[in-house]
Ligand binder design. Sequence first.
Ligand code: BGC
Length: 738
Amino acid sequence: MRATASRPTDPDTIESRVSALIAEMSLPEKIGQMTQLNASEGYPPDYLGDRLRAGMVGSVLNQVDVHTVNELQRIAVEESRLGIPLLVGRDVIHGFKTVLPIPIGQAATWNPELVKEGARVAAREAAAAGVNWTFAPMIDISRDPRWGRIAESPGECVLLASRLAVAMVEGFQGEDVSAPDSIAACAKHFAGYGAVESGRDYATTNIPDTKLRNVYLQPFKAAVDAGVMTVMTSFSDLNGVPPTGNEWLLRDVLRDEWGFEGLVVSDWDSVRQLQVHGLTEDDKASASEAAIAGVDMEMAGDAYFNHLATLVEEGTVSIDIIDAAVANILRAKLRLGLFEQPYTKPDDLPAFSNEIALQTAKTTALQSVVLLKNDDGTLPLSSEALSSVALIGPLADAAYEQLGTWIFDGNVDLSVTPLQSIRQLVGDDVDVRYVRAMQNSRSRASAAFDDAVAAAEQSDAAVLFLGEESILSGEAHSRADISLPGDQAELVRRIRQTGKPVVAVILAGRPLTLSNIVDEVDAILYAWHPGTMGGPAIAELLFGIESPSGKLPATFPRVVGQIPIYYSQKNGGKPPTRDTVVHIDEIDTFAPQTSLGMTSFHLDTCFTPLFPFGHGLSYASFEYRGIRVSAGEIRLGSTVTISAELRNAGDTAAEEVVQLYTRDLVASITRPVRELKGFRRVRLEPGETRTVEFELHTDELSFYGRDMKLTVEPGLFHAWIGGSSDTALRTEFRIVDL
Ligand code: BGC
């Protein structure tokens, strides 16, 4: 078949149509394209319609009634002078009607293929409502669980975040972004938002350039390489220049270095907020800074609408800047095929929450749950061995809370709760005693604890459903104390005293500090906010129909004071070891002042985290051995194979996420003690042994050095393979420059 030269989405055709349209547009029409309005706002009657008729709106957000969306498109297409269709944006963050686990939960699957499938499900459902642009994926690396938006993030790791960024972009945009069931993706928030000081939302970030490039920018580069159509700027400050006004970031890096040809949108009102940051003196100056910096479209603000024309007439903002921005917007609309098909026909798309959607939500939930601890094989519970179980806690039957943050369109009626699923799973075989015990996770009323204790006493085991309800994470929902809120720890202690096996299932939007309960329970399943199908997934894991296979995408600190604590820290000049650390309780008060270890640690906690990045247990028993490297020396520009044997020594078939880490021992800038370089999910039958291999090209060991250039330096590298970032199974190889 010939190349589709006449296809409306062909690049050459697109460029000529863009130029032709721009040649016809007036300045107000161009500025209109650069404006996005909130279509759910109660404007005066006809305001939105009149603006659309005048060709003065490029995009709307937050309208998902398909008939209304079609009507808005009709006015834009049929009643405006140039008939330019609308981008219709929405935060489709982890599903639309069918809610998948929150993004950090999806990251815990370490399964990009599955995450991509989830994004496809979300795209199909959102497209049926007239949405053609999602503000996802959010790919801000976050190493601070206090930050409420860690719930939306892929976690702390460069490689994992980058792989998931690509998966989500491919899932949302599909193979053909002009297909009716594909939508444009948006990589956000560019850049550095995840590093906000003390995890306070919207706060300042100070990120050295090497760290910005080696860590925070990496997932965005991966998204751009994967063809993401749009990028959103971040609310935060970045080394003194907020991204919405940061020309270096938006033009030098994003466009010139990376070759991004898509559309850059501001975050909600973040153009006007440049003044609040103290970068500009008024809205007019903010519009000027943002346009010059490279923000093509202003979200939900009117600084562009009110001031850009004057700024152009005065010569402050050149018409070339305006034309380039409009071209980026029109290109996105043409690539989406909106000029050919601006209307949505929901009947042509799959039904909401169909079997595929629910199955994808369930599989993702199943693979997202992390078994943090499991003393003496407490889990799985056996419906044959148990005659009764007590299900206790505020999140056992909380259909809304299990969906998590950012669920504008999620259908809570579809949620299946753990209580419902466990009852259904065990039927008449096991007596289920349910006591909610607390109104919500924050409650400080313990009056119902006696009932919970009684239920536990009368049962063979107690399963506690604890954590945070959805409002405690997400945007502007940061916490300073990230332990279990309310009186939950007290509830755990009371149940512990019954002497019954105690299992904690934790539903939360972030890693919590669990030090005060970890020894009070026999097993912990960490379920994040697992979405619509969280109940069946949790029930099947509890009763061993499936084995847990999630792995932590973020380190779990023991106490807040350890933050930031993450696996890819630098070594420092005085790294701690078990022999050098001293605990505050061990200091001899009467002895003369002596040195206390003289290494890098806190006196009042351990120097390791409670659970490391990559950690996650299984009902199988996985044993790693025999790490091998294909050559002790490899040349720059070549590939090395690193492998290890994995054996399932247990009696359950299960999946394991095998992880490869490396360390560059000597470099011109100091490098992390470990970096994830590969991972693979494998399924092993009981007794099965498999050799798991990773191919590593020397380019994958590159980093931005002192001169901000990407470089691979010859020298010695350590490599580890294992089931978490603290694996000890190590080999080494040397890169030589011959
Ligand atoms: C958030 C963005 C979101 C936008 C639109 C902002 O407050 O930071 O992530 O896409 O609102 O809802």
